[in-house]
Design a protein around this ligand. Structure first.
Ligand SMILES: Nc1ncnc2c1ncn2[C@@H]1O[C@H](COP(=O)(O)OP(=O)(O)OP(=O)(O)O)[C@@H](O)[C@H]1O
Ligand SMILES: [Mg+2]
Length: 260
């Protein structure tokens, strides 16, 4: 049975672009701040194209074997077990590498022959050379904001992808997203959107990252569940953003100006 389509409100032509990339067997890189809809977009597109989705959250211990697979002891035997990348290649699925910049070099290197016109995955340990079927697609995402200089994709990796830049949805779209996700009506969501705009304007001065659409959804969900607006705002749009009491006092001023 096909899983229901996860809700995704497009910001532009990203759905068409994703589908074109998939049809033409081009890997796709999504760049954008935390909580702006990248993961939701990939889940939506995988369901829409009817492809199984294999998601990997990358981290700095992630090895090539975590992606491709390894021999595991089962009973008395050692049995080869496919990793998520291999499963996606074999099954013509979509492999989604979240926070790909966190992955170690040896892990990103296995992507190279898969993401150019060879489209092959060599499995050294089993001696197999898998050719990716036309339905297979590699999608990677990362947040260009909070990386240090050391954590950048090598040009030889990044230049294998078609790349789309994401940002928080425009206010009227974000209002619909937050209302849809939380069940709170749009009229009550509106001041939260305004607050988010103001808080995002502080990015770079006091804040590393602007308040995310994800946090807005949390806020509206708590309000819809009966929490007082000011309390909901405090725990979702002030506390998560900073630990610095001066910065928080600054955020609270912005809140007061809107919810006086
Ligand atoms: N365009 C959109 N359509 C529907 N929901 C959205 C959209 N944008 C954001 N959301 C909502 O925001 C939440 C966070 O989005 P998501 O998890 O996709 O962020 P992300 O960009 O993957 O963040 P991170 O980089 O932290 O992983 C989603 O769970 C969803 O509720
Ligand atoms: Mg994500």
């Amino acid at each position: 049975m096909l899983s229901p389509l996860p809700f995704y409100l497009p910001q532009g032509n990203e759905c068409g672009l994703f589908e074109l990339a998939w049809r033409h067997q081009l890997p796709l890189l999504l760049k954008g701040p935390t909580g702006c809809g990248k993961t939701r977009f990939v889940a939506h597109m995988a369901a829409r194209l009817g492809r199984p989705l294999f998601t990997v959250s990358c981290h700095d211990d992630l090895t090539a074997a975590d992606l491709t697979g390894r021999y595991l002891l089962k009973g008395g035997d050692t049995v080869w077990t496919d990793g998520p990348l291999t499963s996606a290649v074999r099954g013509g699925g979509i492999c989604y590498l979240d926070e790909v910049v966190e992955a170690r070099k040896d892990a990103t290197v296995v992507l190279h022959p898969l993401t150019d016109d060879r489209r092959i995955l060599p499995l050294e340990r089993t001696g197999e050379m898998l050719a990716a079927p036309s339905e297979f697609m590699l999608v990677a995402s990362y947040n260009p904001g909070y990386q240090n200089v050391l954590k950048q994709l090598k040009p030889s990796t990044r230049q294998r992808f078609v790349a789309i830049e994401f940002d928080f949805p425009a206010p009227e779209l974000e209002r619909r997203v937050v209302a849809e996700e939380s069940g709170l009506d749009e009229g009550k969501v509106q001041p939260l959107i305004l607050l988010a705009q103001r808080l995002r304007a502080l990015k770079g001065h006091d804040l590393e990252e602007g308040v995310s659409t994800r946090l807005l959804v949390y806020c509206a969900t708590l309000i819809q569940a009966g929490l007082a607006v000011r309390d909901a705002v405090q725990v979702t749009m002030v506390e998560p953003l900073s630990d610095d009491s001066e910065v928080k006092a600054g955020l609270e001023e912005v809140v007061k100006a809107i919810f006086a």
